[in-house]
Design a protein around this ligand. Structure first.
Ligand SMILES: [Zn+2]
Length: 66
């Protein structure tokens, strides 16, 4: 009953399970065992993804210039 619910990697687009908490204590990491998935790379990936979303806006803005 005291088992914590399985955590999933919070890296954008990653659905692998997060690594289990250290047996000696400490909080459970929020990322899977991939070395590329950490707080820094996740932050950069999120920025990259939001940039892609913004791309459609300038296009419609220049269209309105005619
Ligand atoms: Zn991951």
């Amino acid at each position: 009953m005291s088992e914590a619910p399985a955590k999933t990697c919070i890296y954008p687009g990653c659905e692998r399970p997060a690594v289990p908490a250290h047996p000696l204590g400490g909080p459970q990491p929020s990322f899977c065992d991939s070395e590329e998935h950490n707080a820094l790379s996740a932050h950069q990936e999120r920025g990259r993804r939001s940039e892609d979303e913004d791309e459609s806006e300038p296009r419609s803005a220049s269209e309105g210039q005619r």
